[in-house]
Design a protein around this ligand. Structure first.
Ligand code: GAR
Length: 192
């Protein structure tokens, strides 16, 4: 695993599909003097992803790829990552599944944030599933990405109480606030 040596930040690409609140938050942290990573590239599979605005605001290079031909697209992404000397990928609300071969090429250097207490509720609609099962707690997890969906090594996890009157939207909003603490904390834990 790469480590932060206190001077040269780890060059990072953030992959998004939507709002990009985690992206915005990681950019904010990356500007702190001792935070281990810099955000050098934003990649999205959606031309209309709201989060792309942060590329413009913070002057970070951004690129959108449609994934119609996944193998071809991933090849193009890989060469862009190499060209930009990217050392780490942070998935932040990226709703495409990367191929095994892509993940192997960046083995151990892809992180993801997932809105559940993994290994519970891999995949989509995590909040609705937790509510349907009358769980007392839900949460969020930062993990390394391996070739099985939402199954890589867990770096950090935060448990959050579910209230009686929660619905998927209220729960998702509350968990998202904790995601904004958990993702930077996991990055510090990994790279220091
Ligand atoms: C976050 O809640 C993140 O955990 C989730 O999408 C949201 C993105 O929000 N990710 C997944 O569900 C991945 N399977 P953001 O665009 O505001 O960061």
């Amino acid at each position: 695993m790469i480590k932060y040596n206190g001077s040269k930040k780890i060059k990072t690409a953030v992959f998004i599909s939507g709002t990009g609140s985690n992206l915005k938050n990681l950019i904010k942290f990356s500007k702190q003097k001792n935070f281990p990573i810099s955000i050098n590239l934003i990649i999205s599979n959606k031309f209309k992803a709201k989060g792309l605005i942060y590329g413009k605001i913070f002057k970070i290079k951004k690129k959108v790829f449609n994934f119609d031909n996944k193998i071809f697209t991933e090849k193009k992404i890989l060469s862009l990552l190499v060209k930009n000397k990217i050392e780490l990928i942070c998935l932040a609300g990226f709703m495409k599944i990367l191929s095994k071969s892509f993940i192997q090429k960046f083995n151990g250097k892809i992180l993801n944030i997932h809105p559940s207490l993994l290994p519970k509720y891999k995949g989509l609609n995590t909040h609705a599933r937790a509510l349907k099962n009358h769980d007392k707690y839900s949460g969020c997890t930062v993990h390394l990405v391996n070739s099985k969906l939402d199954s890589g090594k867990i770096i950090l996890q935060k448990k959050i109480k579910i209230y009686k009157n929660d619905n998927p939207s209220s729960l998702s909003k509350r968990i998202l606030k904790h995601e904004h603490k958990l993702y930077p904390a996991a990055i510090k834990k990994l790279f220091y």
